[in-house]
Design a binder for this molecule. Structure first.
Ligand code: ZN
Ligand code: ZN
Length: 179
C-alpha cells in the first residue's frame, strides 16, 4: 500500500468520526429543533408503510455525498476520500440505526451483549420521550453508558422509573414511545 492510499484511508476514517459529531449536532439542534422537527417527527411516532418523512434527511445527505464524489473526481482525491468517508458513515448509520435499532431489514437480529446492545438501548431511550424536548442520546455510532442516560431522564422528570425501564427492554421495531 502506498503512502498516498494510506493517507486517503485515514482521511476517510477521520471523516466517519467527524460525521458522527456532525450527525449528533444535526439530530440535537436541527431535527429536534423547531424547523427540522417537521420531518423528524415522523420518526418518533408510529408510522404506516415502509417510508417515513424523516427518510428525506437521508435522501438529502446522499445527494450531497454523490455531489461530493463528482467534485472530488474533478478536483482532488482528498475530497474523494471525504466523500467515501461520508458514504461509509451512511452505511454504518443504516446498519446501526435502521437495522439494529429499528429492524427495517428483512430479518430479526437484536444484539444481547456488548457495545451493540448498548447502542440499541441508548437509542430506545432516545425514543422513550414523547415530543422533541427532553430527549437523550442523539448520536448514532456513539452511545453514552445506559445508566447515565437513565439518570438524565429521571433528573428531567419527564418519565418515571418504571417507564424508563420498560423503554429499554420492551421496544422492538417501533419508533413511538413505550407507554
Ligand atoms: Zn430523534
Ligand atoms: Zn430512531
Amino acid at each position: 500500500m502506498t503512502f498516498n492510499v494510506l493517507l486517503y484511508v485515514l482521511i476517510a476514517l477521520a471523516t466517519v468520526a467527524v460525521m458522527e459529531g456532525f450527525a449528533w449536532s444535526m439530530h440535537r439542534f436541527v431535527m429536534h429543533g423547531r424547523s427540522g422537527w417537521a420531518w423528524h417527527k415522523s420518526h418518533h411516532e408510529e408510522t404506516e408503510g415502509i417510508f417515513e418523512k424523516n427518510d428525506l434527511y437521508a435522501v438529502v445527505f446522499s445527494v450531497m455525498a454523490v455531489a461530493l464524489f463528482f467534485v472530488g473526481q474533478a478536483l482532488s482525491p482528498f475530497i474523494l476520500a471525504i466523500a467515501w468517508g461520508i458514504t461509509l458513515y451512511g452505511l454504518l448509520y443504516f446498519i446501526v440505526h435502521d437495522g439494529l435499532v429499528h429492524q427495517r431489514w428483512p430479518f430479526r437480529y437484536v444484539p444481547h451483549r456488548g457495545y451493540a446492545k448498548r447502542l440499541v438501548q441508548a437509542h430506545r431511550l432516545h425514543h422513550a420521550v414523547e415530543g422533541r424536548g427532553h430527549c437523550v442520546s442523539f448520536g448514532f455510532l456513539y452511545a453514552p453508558p445506559i445508566d447515565k442516560l437513565k439518570q438524565e431522564l429521571r433528573r428531567s422528570g419527564v418519565l418515571d422509573r418504571e417507564r424508563i425501564e420498560r423503554s429499554v427492554t420492551a421496544q422492538g421495531s417501533v419508533h413511538a414511545p413505550v407507554r
